[in-house]
Structure formats: structure tokens, C-alpha cells
Design a protein around this ligand. Structure first.
Ligand SMILES: C[S@@+](CC[C@H](N)C(=O)[O-])C[C@H]1O[C@@H](n2cnc3c(N)ncnc32)[C@H](O)[C@@H]1O
Length: 153
């Protein structure tokens, strides 16, 4: 939040694929006076199912394979999103975000498990194998995602 713009139209945080908004709502409870707008994005059917959400949180239907409509936010947040997708797909997701970022200002926040090469706890190892088997997900293959963000910034 340090360094975030305090203009009425500035966006502080975009929670991409944020589901029913539990995480961004918790952020708002923890930091009620944080400057800037809070935006929850997910597919329309998911947003339509939300029973209640703090009125300070803006819901915006968005497919993360399409261009990110919020430009120059302070932070774009992915929690448990990228691991579900094979490399080619999560790079497309990250590129759509990178294209909307403001150089030197916007940040990408990725919340995922990063597993060590050896001595992985059993539960984490099983999740990793499942994610690779079912979705060709990215757990443990972090370099290409990082490269994609570095290319842009
Ligand atoms: C594993 S859940 C994570 C939800 C939330 N970020 C969390 O940590 O609880 C993945 C989310 O991605 C959303 N999602 C899947 N495909 C999407 C797409 N193409 N565009 C936007 N959201 C999508 C799903 O609807 C779901 O809410």
C-alpha cells in the first residue's frame, strides 16, 4: 500500500479469479482505510452467485484470458489461480495482466505453494501430482512465469 495513489479513480487491488470475494473482503476488513478501489474479478456466473459482499468492493466480470480492463492498478492479485493451468495458459494470463500494468508502479502478487525439489511434505507432494495429472498445472515450474513478468517490466 505504501506508494499507492490516493486519487478517487485509482485502483489499489484487483483480485483476479477471486471467487466469492472472501479474500478481498478480508483485506478490506483488515485495511478499511486503504487508499483506492478494490475490484473483484471472476466469471459472470461466479459473481452472480455471490450472496453478500461489502459494498466497497466492485465486482467486475472478467475472463482472465482476455485483456485486463483495469489499467495501472497498484496490485494485481492471483490466489490459487496459476497452478491450475499449463505453462502456455498461465503465461497468457500473466501477459494480459502485464499489458495493463504501469511500469514502476503496478505489482503482481502471486499466492501459491512453491515446493522444494526434495523433501516435500506428503500432502503438498500429492497436491502437486494431482495438479500435474489433472491440469498440467505449474506447481514447482516457476521460472517461465517469472520470465514472462520480467520481459514486460
Ligand atoms: C481455485 S479457485 C481460486 C479462488 C480464489 N482466488 C481463492 O483463492 O479462493 C479458481 C478461480 O478462478 C476462476 N476462474 C476460472 N477460469 C476463469 C477465467 N477464465 N477467468 C476468470 N476467472 C476464472 C474460478 O471461477 C475460481 O473462482
Amino acid at each position: 500500500m505504501k506508494g499507492a495513489q490516493n486519487r478517487p479513480d485509482a485502483v489499489l487491488l484487483v483480485d483476479i479469479g477471486g471467487g466469492n470475494g472472501h479474500d478481498i473482503a478480508a483485506f478490506h476488513v483488515a485495511y478499511p482505510y486503504a487508499p483506492g478501489k478494490l475490484v473483484l474479478q471472476d466469471l459472470q456466473p461466479v459473481l452472480s452467485n455471490i450472496q453478500s459482499l461489502d459494498k466497497n468492493i466492485i465486482c467486475q466480470p472478467h475472463d482472465f484470458f482476455q485483456p485486463q480492463p483495469i489499467k495501472c492498478a497498484r496490485a494485481y492479485y492471483f490466489r490459487y489461480i496459476l497452478h491450475d493451468w499449463p505453462e502456455e495458459y498461465y503465461i497468457r494470463i500473466l501477459r494480459q495482466t502485464a499489458n495493463s500494468m504501469k511500469h514502476g508502479y503496478s505489482k503482481v502478487l502471486i499466492f501459491e505453494w512453491i515446493l522444494p525439489i526434495q523433501n516435500v511434505p506428503l500432502q503438498a507432494a500429492l497436491l502437486d501430482i494431482n495438479s500435474m495429472a489433472l491440469t498440467m498445472g505449474w506447481r514447482g515450474r516457476r521460472n517461465s512465469g517469472r520470465r514472462c513478468l520480467q520481459e514486460r517490466n
